[in-house]
Write a new protein. Sequence first.
Length: 190
Amino acid sequence: MDSFFGRKRELQILQRLLSKRIASLVVIKGRRRIGKSRLAEEFGKSLKTYTFVGLPPEKNVTDQHQREEFARQMQEQLHVPGLKADDWGDLFWHLSQQTQQGRVVIILDEINWMGDKDPTFLGKLKTAWDGEFKKNSELIMILSGSMSKWIEDNILSSTGFVGRISVDMNLEELPLHVCNEFWHSRENMV
């Protein structure tokens, strides 16, 4: 992976979570291609990290397709065979059972794509968080997405997630001097 540029303050905020003695739920939002996924990856690179990415919202992509892709990614990363993709609650339960102990980072990237077509998605995530995930005091779950309004309306403003979010981060464009560092490093590679 390329060198990491900028986002030092954001990375420090995430790294502070490592000293907490309770599970942490993090929201990272911002426009497309701003670096949300890269920030989460950089934070989790030296930790046991599982990343799940929603399918892009194409015309024929259904909530069942999203669950099947999540199950496929879970089988690939956690080697859990034969998962049924019929219900988000079951998928979250299986994921929680695989992440019960130790420092674990779970990244749900493009969460808005995962949950947009299933009205029960966020309720089942909240229930799984309360009933299972937060039992691991070293777990950090990052909810990331580029549809900031969806995240604001469905997670941050939801009574279901009130008091559960440890960090709410909105990524802005990198300052020009950081962009210059990035491009200067590229010139030196050639």
